[in-house]
Design a protein around this ligand. Structure first.
Ligand code: GLC
Length: 428
């Protein structure tokens, strides 16, 4: 790509982020997602920092202003009423002053905060902001381990597929199939009014998503009760790897700010998780797998979730090389990488949301992990895939076979991550 066209891409990306900016938070995209989403916001800050560091910190501060007293940071904050999304506050009924959902999302805030601090032009400002945010992020991580790993295995479970951020991944199929649907209140989906139903989760999945919400709501959203009461408890290697990485980044910042106790606490959590990770490795599939805590077994689903542990440099050198090789192989089956599910698996679907399509934020996290593990050429190849994909617009996600942009358009985190990718990759 020429310097000129890269510059044009950057300008378009910045315009999308600005257009979706609501002042103190950004919406993922107009219509389909009209509120603030947790990991969208944190990853969006990585793009915002290139034009306005203050705005980038504000994005995360706004999210954490809605942290629950128990430490959880909700996956959606419903700042203003909007009927174009379902399920809205009237379904969640979490009783928060500003309505929020009652579940969480991948904890990327810690890893993002470290990056914001280390790259800030205004170091004094960044440090002041980070000193306030750090204990809040630590409280969230503490919450994860206390509430989502009550037996102390070292790894946390998600209780709802939406907590993974990869809503309808094949990873969750078997565990979700056990969730009943009796008693689900009648509802009308809104997502399929914005986007082709063939690119979205099926109704059978949606019924179960809602059953879980109702179950947790019936328990008053008391996180001390939800884990054991949930028929869906899955240890996702991706969310756990993100937590390890974020905890280590929290420890790093705490050390820098002279908070020895917090540094040791975060480091200890990460070390316990690291030790438990081996139990998720599949010698057959040569990657990590989710663990179904209710069924007591690994889930044979070769998705990108089991490759994200690169982000925390998990495993030994052999396992890390195996994950790199998996990414290479996945890329050989498609025109654009990295597909979120193995295309040779009969369950792969090129256009259906998290069952195959490429997502720029996943490419970003994978490339970051590859770099961290010493695989710079592979990281560059993944970033090049991202650049090729956005030539088809700043879509929510992309068909890995054709590159077609799918789902919502003018998508904030796709644009923000492109800005960050351009600024930090050699390709730019
Ligand atoms: C979908 C995605 C999730 C994202 C949200 C807003 O639910 O699966 O990861 O946070 O949309 O973009």
């Amino acid at each position: 790509m020429t310097t000129h066209s890269l510059e044009a891409l950057r300008t378009r990306a910045a315009a999308i982020v600005a257009d979706n900016d609501r002042g103190a938070y950004t919406v993922p995209t107009k219509g389909l997602y009209p509120f603030q989403w947790n990991w969208d916001s944190c990853l969006t800050a990585l793009g915002q920092r290139h034009s306005d560091e203050r705005r980038a910190f504000l994005e995360i501060e706004t999210l954490f202003a809605h942290q629950w007293p128990d430490g959880m940071v909700p996956h959606i904050v419903f700042h203003t009423p909007d009927d174009s999304y379902f399920p809205g506050p009237d379904v969640w009924r979490t009783g928060r002053p500003t309505p929020t959902s009652g579940i969480t999302q991948p904890p990327v805030a810690g890893l993002v905060l470290r990056r914001l601090v280390e790259t800030a032009a205004d170091q004094a400002f960044a440090e002041e902001k980070a000193r306030t945010l750090l204990p809040k992020i630590a409280a969230w991580h503490r919450w994860f381990h206390a509430m989502r790993d009550p037996a102390g295995s070292g790894l946390v479970a998600i209780l709802h597929p939406w907590e993974s951020g990869r809503d309808n991944s094949i990873d969750w199929d078997d565990a979700l199939a056990r969730v009943p649907t009796e008693g689900v209140e009648p509802y009308v989906r809104r997502d399929t009014q914005h986007v082709d139903a063939a690119e979205r989760p099926h109704k059978a999945e949606y019924d179960r998503y809602l059953w879980l919400v109702q179950r947790f709501r019936d328990l008053g959203w008391d996180n001390r009760l939800l884990h054991d009461a949930s028929p869906f408890q899955v240890v996702d290697p991706a969310i756990n790897a993100i937590l390890v990485r974020s905890d280590e980044d929290v420890a790093h910042l705490a050390e820098r700010f002279g908070d020895k106790a917090l540094a040791e606490e975060a480091q200890a959590r990460a070390a316990r998780a690291r030790a438990a990770f081996d139990g998720l490795w599949s010698a057959d599939l040569r990657q990590y797998l989710p663990f179904d805590r209710v069924a007591g077994q690994l889930i044979a689903s070769p998705s990108v979730g089991g490759l994200l542990p690169l982000l925390a440099g998990l495993g030994n050198a052999e396992k890390r090389a195996a994950m790199r090789d998996r990414i290479r192989t996945l890329r050989t089956h498609v025109r654009y990488g990295v597909p979120t599910h193995d295309p040779t698996d009969p369950r792969f679907e090129a256009k259906r949301y998290w069952r195959g399509p490429c997502w720029l934020i996943i490419n970003y996290l994978l490339a970051d992990g590859l770099d961290r593990c010493g695989f710079a050429a592979d990281a560059a190849a993944v970033r090049a895939d991202s650049l090729a994909l956005v030539e088809n617009g700043f879509a929510e996600y992309y068909d890995p076979l054709t590159g077609e942009g799918l789902g919502g358009g003018n998508f904030t985190w796709t644009a923000a991550i492109l800005i960050e990718t351009l600024a930090t990759s050699a390709a730019a």
